[in-house]
Design a protein around this ligand. Structure first.
Ligand code: NAI
Length: 336
């Protein structure tokens, strides 16, 4: 297992660099899109920030453009402006779609968000097929396979550059474990594998760094809390949406990692939901090494030496994850 550097969004380690990149956010006026736009605007690695939404994006862009950081902010709205938004982008982040309300699962969002992701990824395929694509819109377990099928149909699929953003699961696992074990937050790193919904989210607590020991009861409680953390926020917001601020933080970390990888940093590792051969499932979240061309390596060592609890949880999540992947693939084929 490689040595993983502690990571925080826009840490002091990130000095301004010679190179800079162009990032688009699709769904930029939403609960996630707005704080995510702000965090990306703060990055010294970004020269252009393109904000797209079907509503209210002009004000968000005007507001952000007044921050005295280098990234040039432009707004785009409506299908007719989507192509111009996307041309020349290095990274495209997609948080467009509806969020959960209390009582809903991520899969309940499928009917609306599947179509939104399909349309947006078609435009990405036509205008910046070489970009890193970060899918945030839920259900990620299905929207990533949808994006892959769309890109295949367009003849531009590069599995090394399509990512389902599961960083929030890692951020939550790190926060909860540090709290529980009284560890220094910046040092804690817990890989989270599987998918991004309910039991498909599998934190590998036995691989926590720095190494920590947990009782069986602690493992059970922490695992369930990490799996249900999204629902914790949905219920606390009581109908006003799902996680937006912590999600924006997590998405910004994944953007920063992608930009560092594009910039040639040889030490960038993140967990994400991607096309994978680590298990028999076609898509699987695990830690990967990122480089200039996208995924450079899968960190298979994380899956070795699992505890009994983790090994059982891994087998238990597979049928649900498989069904969600197949649902996404079938959606695109039905429409064709
Ligand atoms: P929101 O409703 O506040 O914002 C969504 C934005 O998308 C709105 O501004 C809306 O106008 C825009 N939009 C809708 N259709 C669009 C289209 N066709 N093209 C462009 N923009 C469009 O929702 P929020 O809270 O920002 O959540 C967005 C998505 O992120 C949801 O699907 C939610 O479930 C997901 N999410 C994912 C997480 C993850 O860990 N991957 C965590 C939290 C939320």
């Amino acid at each position: 297992v490689p040595k993983i550097k502690p990571k925080q969004v826009f840490s002091n380690q990130l000095q301004p660099r010679a190179s800079s990149f162009k990032v688009a956010v699709l769904g930029a006026a939403g609960g996630i899109g707005q704080p995510l736009g702000l965090l990306i605007k703060m990055s010294p690695l970004v020269s252009a920030l393109h904000l797209y939404d079907i509503a209210n994006v002009k004000g968000v862009a005007a507001d952000l453009s007044h921050c005295n950081t280098p990234a040039k902010v432009l707004d785009f709205t409506g299908q007719s402006e989507l192509a111009n938004c996307l041309k020349g982008m290095d990274v495209v982040v997609i948080p467009a779609g509806v969020p959960r309300k209390p009582g809903m699962t991520r899969d309940d969002l499928f009917n609306i968000n599947a179509g939104i992701v399909k349309t947006l990824v078609e435009a990405v395929a036509d205008n910046c097929p070489d970009a890193f694509i970060h899918i945030i819109s839920n259900p990620v377990n299905s929207t990533v396979p949808i994006a892959a099928e769309v890109l295949k149909q367009k003849g531009v699929y590069n599995p090394k550059k399509l990512f389902g953003v599961t960083t929030l699961d890692v951020v939550r696992a790190n926060a909860f474990v540090a709290q529980k074990k009284n560890l220094k937050l910046i040092d804690v790193d817990v890989p989270v594998i599987g998918g991004h919904a309910g039991i498909t989210i599998l934190p590998l607590l036995s691989k926590t760094r720095p190494s920590a020991t947990f009782t069986d009861e602690e493992v059970e409680k922490l695992t369930i809390r990490i799996q249900n953390a999204g629902t914790e926020v949905v219920e606390a917001k009581a109908g006003a949406g799902s996680a937006t601020l912590s999600m924006a933080y997590a998405a910004a970390r994944f953007v920063e990692s992608s930009l560092r990888a594009l910039d040639g940093d040889g030490d960038v590792y993140e967990c994400c939901f991607v096309e994978s051969e680590l298990t028999e499932l076609p898509f699987f979240a695990s830690r990967v090494k990122l480089g200039k061309k996208g995924i450079e390596a899968f960190i298979s060592a994380d899956l070795q030496g699992l505890t009994d609890y983790e090994a059982k949880a891994l087998e238990a999540l597979k049928p649900e994850l498989k069904a969600s992947i197949e649902k996404g693939v079938a959606f695109v084929h039905k429409q064709a």
